[in-house]
Design a protein around this ligand. Sequence first.
Ligand code: GUN
Ligand code: FE
Length: 421
Amino acid sequence: MNKDVFAVKGNIVFTPGPEGFTLHQESYLIVERGVVREICRSLPAEYAACRVEDYGDRLIIPGFVDLHTHASQFNQRGLGLDLQLLEWLNEYTFKEEARFAARDYAAAAYQAFAAEIVRQGTTRVVVFATIHKESSELLFNILARKGIGAYVGKVNMDRNCPDDLREETEQSLRDTEEIIRRWQDHPLVKPVITPRFAPTSTEKLLRGLGALAVRYNLPVQSHLSENQAEVRWVAELFPAQAEYHKVYDSFQLFGQTPTVMAHCIYLTAEAVQHMKMAQVMAVHCPDSNLNLASGIMPVRKMLAAGVPVGLGTDIGAGQSLFMPATIVSAIQLSKLYYVMQPECKPLTLSEAFYMATKGGGRFFGAVGSFEPGYSFDALIVDDRAEHARGRSLLERLQQFIYTGNAADIAERYIAGRKITV
Ligand code: GUN
Ligand code: FE
């Protein structure tokens, strides 16, 4: 028997589409070379000799995809959240990120971040580091050693930030390219072009980053229309551009290669149409948007317009790395929005679960589902038989999402490999 084939057995739950869950009670999921082959009720004869990891009555669900977070703000969670975005950046975030010039500080923070995302059930993450080349590479290494799937961004900033975080434009581009060359072929941890956001970038920097994205065919991540003062500031800084998203677009940073944009709260209908047309992914970060009083992303409108939407924890503006908590916040916020605007129906659990798995997973390729050909990224959820007894699989999933925590996650798999906490 091919050693690259094994089966897991349990109660399999996932969302092939946003409209509902697919449930396979007490079934086998066959994994070949890290990829889902099929799901079946009994083990087919051709797999009779393969290893079966039997999880009994436990749930097997896709690992979570955190499409936007800041590893460098791990130590800052919960601080200064009475402020709004621009004040919070100046008072807390830039001061914290300046500490990542020191290798030891960065190593400890990034180790703690990596351990925590694994513990919390995140199997894929799109993440900001800081401007510092050396400590950003530490983050690549730490995530790779853990076996986590990630896009890691060395941040680029060359204006409107403290002196100790301001890069010289050419050097910023050179450092970025150096990291790209070293990491572009890694199977799991890859570089992503990361202008922090328009206000901390000169046109020259954005032009250079867009050229790198296109030349190396690399994805892009940034922040877009998070806060009203930020949106006004972008209009002042880039008077030639009619709207915020056009700043990124005019420098090849808006869908010319796969792109994720966090927040997307104050967008015109035209900007939403542009995102749909260019298939730029919007990342909804509900906890962050609540904490910094940023606003509410009109998720229903984005979905109705055909914009792909994923979920992000956005720590340190968000407080938690536990994606089920982000799923719940997204649903709750959509209900508040619905009360104000009844034409925008609330998100359902399956829609929000989809965003946190297959919806966001598409940024990584075939990730976030258990359909044949998808990467086997999975969590084994042990919701303890006593209180789960008599409940349907769907009810057990509901309780895990709303009331569970990391202690309920018994095992994690990424690309078919079991990851240790
Ligand atoms: N916009 C620019 N930088 C940041 C950041 O670090 N966090 C959030 N939430 N928004 C930003
Ligand atoms: Fe962010």
